[in-house]
Ligand binder design. Sequence first.
Ligand code: NAD
Ligand code: UDP
Length: 316
Amino acid sequence: MRILVTGGAGFIGSYISESIIGQGHEVVCVDNLFTGSMDNLEGVADNPRFTFIKHDIVEPLFIDGVIDQVYNLACPASPVQYQSNQVHTIKANTVGMINMLGLAREHGARFLQASTSEVYGDPEVHPQVEEYRGNVNPIGPRACYDEGKRVAETLCFDYFRMHGMEIKVVRIFNTYGPRMAFNDGRVVSNFIVQALKKEPLTLYGDGSQTRSFCYVDDLVTGLIAMMKTDKKITGPINLGNPQEMSIQTFAATISDLCDSKQKPLYKDLPIDDPRRRCPDITKAKKLLQWEPKVSLADGLKKTIVDFRARLEKSQV
Ligand code: NAD
Ligand code: UDP
């Protein structure tokens, strides 16, 4: 098969590209390199079955030849990055979505959308089930992403209803692993970099807000399993690790693993920061026979080894 991965030079996209190449398929990777990097593609860049196109999905795109599947991941994912150009984030999730759905339709390709737990906003239902319609502030600073991703889901289902397209909507919960950008502002990268540099960990608010962290290998297995499901399975489906913890406990875990004794540095909680987040993965277990396998301790250890090596390299 020939598979288009938008956002393929990003954190998750690069693992998907590698996995698809590893299965003997062809990858066409489309990325504007806003938050992604060619460094992430080192393992596949020279493979004859891999093609890279530098392109912003907000602009129309035409690809010659066959495209069998599209993984649509092109969108900055961290609050700092997606708020740095809010209008562009909305464009990627509206204009860009229409461009990519149109491309997939033209090719008769199956389309998997990387949606997000952010569609639940600051949730009043806990853990979050797919039926929950969310609690999103439509005019806040996160809305460009949250509402953008909600519209993106709407567009998938409109193309499904109007054009009979094969769609798969996956709501991804916080995912981490080696290769995350140092400076993306997400809690995992911030805390690991700070702990390795023996700097105080920046805790936003009182640290009582919760998240549930999924190791990237587990997530990619789930995404690929979802893409392979029968045509009638559209999602939305949650993929994430249901092991929930407070950010304060998460900070202590990272400090321990990095042997850092610094006290946390408390900072203001960002506006509309969700107070708690945990996926209900009953559907994924049933439909995909999927559940995360990598423990937080094991996943963090691998991530820290990678961050330490990259930090040392960047300081040489
Ligand atoms: P990332 O920022 O590392 O990857 C996004 C990639 O998309 C980057 O390579 C970036 O350059 C590219 N991109 C951004 N805007 C683009 C545009 N307009 N045109 C072309 N390319 C563009 O983030 P990630 O963590 O790998 O996330 C990938 C996808 O998964 C995103 O759609 C994100 O919303 C979704 N997601 C991620 C998480 C997570 O915890 N990592 C959680 C929920 C959803
Ligand atoms: N956070 C924090 N310190 C940081 C970065 C993030 O305390 O240096 C908190 C943030 O306020 C949020 C959680 O960690 O409650 C997860 O933040 P992240 O930006 O990784 O992703 P989110 O799940 O909010 O999209």
